[in-house]
Design a protein. Structure first.
Length: 532
């Protein structure tokens, strides 16, 4: 179930959040601690507060009946979250208990959130009694908003100690190791009705996969509103992007792993492909800071494949049992698939993606790749990104000049890649005005791979000393901005230009083809196939 947690400070604001998302959710949590009148426990007496809550519940159900008539009665959780648990309530604890007792006794709510540390306290007995009389189920919650405590297992056991309650664990994951702790503790709770959440960016996968991992709901916050807890997605993301209601233990799970990853556009791309084809598959952002726990996390989440991004493109190699030759040649893997025996096989789709936009320009070889044999190219830069570019060009027989600010780095790259492919080493030179004449002999294709011209330093032009003739093909693999200053200059001179977005999209398409082949149960290819 998708449960919207209201975060407005008034009844009308909370109803507006419900109105916006009613079509996407199944349940509602009234986070009454966000109400201005409740926050410090002084703004209203008990009866005014409970009267406010009831008005909210009545109007929310009227709205629900109008917008979702087929869906039956709207179930509502009542929560007044304390500040030290990550909520807004700063008032007196006795008063909070009195408000909750009054509020649940009238049957307006289906669930009541009560914290684990209240178990067996005198204050709590009256509230639990009132809840039982009114048929309200207690969600027994444990919150660790600052990270997993050392005694997490014990707290989890205590939280789950009453069979008729719904245990809820909400732990902020400060890193991948804590995400793993939460996954393990969740599994130990067994198959009972429960809620397990890893808060923050490292835990987003647990929110998306709540159904699969055995939680009966996933909380979320209205779009463009304050979040009820760190890492909340919007109902629209859960419902539409991740197709929450279609996920099951049979769903194939994919992810992009990196740190950070929450800005990645890959989930939009791959989930749209899965959705269009009505495949039982989902693609998540999975922030990983410590790659050593990745294999165990991947088993818990049932990952079938991953996109790999910064900073793990090199280090992922030790997780792989095997890979296509290009991965070792360029010392980078951006895609890994799990084979039937559980081992991981690595690809580098950046390579084919770099080549793909060149096919319409230089023609197609019989294998589907671009016809580059003998084409004279200058590559600007000799860093990590240049490795895939130089490797791809060399493998297709291009004649290359590498210009780099540090010429020794260009020499090392040229020698290493030429040796791995068994071809003569490309020519190299320092990237400076004295090299002005050199590109003249290598100017059918110029490829820009440095970070010069990339946002936020988009004014840079790494080849400002060179004048385009208009006959060159200019290719900048930078895609922010879509057209760099260097590329604009090439376009103005009449060159054919290729921007980095073409490569970015091609690598996603290449990855998608690998994922789709795996989902179709096909034999996994030994190499990334050329992308058209
Ligand atoms: P990436 O993986 O993005 O290629 P990298 O390995 O750090 O990152 O390489 C950055 C590339 O941009 C290198 O070719 C670098 O030149 P050096 O090898 O001389 O460092 C180049 N680069 C970065 N800043 C530059 C600048 N201001 N002028 C020229 N080249 C620059």
């Amino acid at each position: 179930m998708i449960c919207l947690s209201t975060t407005a400070n008034s009844v009308d604001g909370a109803l507006e959040q419900l109105r916006r998302h009613a079509g996407e959710i199944d349940m509602l949590e009234l986070r009454a601690d966000f109400f201005a009148a409740v926050q410090d426990g002084r703004g209203a007496d008990d009866s005014t507060a409970t009267g406010t809550f009831h008005r909210f519940a009545d109007e929310a159900r009227r709205l629900w009946a109008a917008q979702r008539p087929e869906h039956g009665r709207l179930e509502i959780i009542l929560t007044i979250r304390r500040e030290h648990d990550g909520g807004r309530y700063r008032g007196d604890e006795r008063k909070r208990m009195r408000i909750l007792e009054r509020a649940v006794s009238t049957g307006h709510y289906d669930y009541l959130d009560l914290e684990e540390d209240l178990l067996e306290t005198e204050d709590e007995l009256a509230v639990v009694g009132a809840a039982a009389d009114a048929g309200v189920t207690v969600i027994r919650s444990f919150h660790a908003p600052k990270g997993a405590p050392a005694d997490l297992c014990e707290r989890a056991r205590r939280t789950a100690s009453r069979a008729h309650e719904v245990p809820k664990l909400a732990v902020y994951a400060r890193g991948s190791a804590e995400l793993l702790s939460v996954l393990k503790v969740g599994r130990e709770l067994g198959r009972r009705k429960r809620i397990v959440i890893a808060m923050g960016p490292y835990g987003v996968a647990v929110r998306v996969l709540a159904r699969v991992l055995g939680s009966f709901l996933s909380y979320c916050s209205a779009a463009d509103s304050e979040h009820a807890a760190p890492g909340h997605l919007s109902p629209t993301e859960l419902y539409r992007t991740y197709r929450y209601h279609e996920l099951s233990e049979h769903t194939a799970v994919y992810a992009v792993i990196g740190d950070p990853v929450m800005h990645s556009r890959s989930p939009q791309f791959h989930n749209a492909v899965f959705g269009d084809r009505r495949l039982s598959a989902v693609y998540l952002p999975l922030q990983i800071d410590d790659l050593s726990v990745f294999p165990e996390i991947s088993r818990h989440l049932g990952l079938q494949g991953v996109s790999v991004t910064i900073p793990h493109k090199g280090a992922i190699r030790k997780v792989l049992s095997d890979c296509e030759p290009a991965v070792d040649a360029v010392a980078a893997c951006n895609t890994a698939l799990r084979r039937r025996d559980g081992s991981w096989y690595g690809y580098n789709t950046d390579l084919e993606a770099f080549l793909a936009p060149l096919t319409p320009v230089f023609g197609r070889e019989a294998d589907g790749g671009p016809r580059l044999a003998g084409v004279r190219c200058t590559v600007i830069g000799a860093g990590g990104a240049a490795r895939a570019v130089v490797y791809g060009l060399l493998a297709r027989g291009a004649q290359i000049l590498i210009l780099n600010r540090s010429p020794e780095r260009a020499e090392a790259l040229a020698a290493e890649l030429a040796a791995s492919l068994g071809v003569p080493a490309p020519r190299t030179a320092a990237l400076q005005p004295s090299a002005r004449e050199l590109p003249a002999a290598y100017r059918e294709l110029l490829v820009q791979t440095t970070s010069v011209g990339m946002e936020p330093h988009s004014e840079g032009d790494p080849l400002s000393f060179y004048e385009f003739t208009g006959a060159e093909v200019a290719y900048d693999i930078v895609y922010t901005p879509p057209e760099t200053v260097w590329l604009q200059r090439a376009r103005r001179a009449g060159c054919r230009v290729i921007g980095g977005r073409a490569m970015f999209e091609a690598q996603a398409r290449a990855q998608s083809r690998l994922f789709l082949a795996q989902l179709a149960g096909e034999e996994l290819p030994a190499r990334t196939p050329p992308v058209g």
